[in-house]
Design a protein around this ligand. Sequence first.
Ligand code: SF4
Length: 332
Amino acid sequence: MIKHANISVFVPHLGCPNMCSFCNQHYIAGTQGMPNSSDIENAVNVAQSSKNYNPKNTELAFFGGSFTAIEFSYMLSLLKSANKFVKQGVIAGIRISTRPDAINAEILSVLKEYGVTSIELGAQSMDDNVLALNKRGHTALDVKNASALIKEHGFSLGLQMMTGLYGDNNETAINTAKEIIALRPNTVRIYPTIVLENTMLANLYKQGKYSPQGLEQAVNLAAELLDMFNKENITVIRVGLHTIDQTKYVAGPWHPAFRELCESAIYLKNIKPLLNAKGEYNVFVKNGAVSKMAGQKRSNLVALENLGYKCKILEDNSLNDFQIKVQKVGKS
Ligand code: SF4
């Protein structure tokens, strides 16, 4: 399988009329960080110079939340700069992320014309109460309508969801995942909510009116969601924020290897029903998954040992993600 790659260009959404509870973009002043055509050119040049560069699997990705809601002529200038590389065959396409209520047939025609291939929507939740409490300014129906329109126009659809928002809980998050699955996106991202300075959530947190998820709680829920999407063959391209500005961090379950923690939690959940009599086991997982099975700092192995199972992990290339085979060592 050819691995997908993105050349990421961040487009801050200046002047956004919304005030989402978790977002601090209003505090970015002036034109700070606004990319232009030479920034795009530089990003492509840097990517091209890497030895693994493959134009066939690389998209230029405009990230930042609301690409189709930025000033129209500026959006067009960015698309034109990126489209040049699509035409030259240097990149396979363009990826954007935007709000569900910033999509319509007209805008999709423009995106198509300039070589956009994938559109990600910040759905965040499919619960209208959670959306309203977090001042998203759109409804779950907007997500459904925009998703249908994006698919009808032949784009790859990505949906992003958050967990631990104000007023959210495990049940609403699981329902959100079910509704997202029903929309059959090509890709999904799962982001546990992190509280940043200068946001509504930071105020609520400081007033004791909002508690973000703890790390363990966030990992367990995200693991369950990841498992749900995996079982539906929907690719989850990210779990957890990659990096955060530590100077703006107030609270919340950020971890640099958040996805790995979730994957280890799935392995631990999947192995438990396979182990019966206490004792020693050889445990087989797919190639490259030994550390996920073992858990961070061998936490899964330790947990299993505490239950009376001493496990040795081995690789078996016939196995898929999260599939496990066990073999009892010695007499039962
Ligand atoms: S997250 Fe919300 S407030 Fe922030 S830029 Fe996007 S739409 Fe605007």
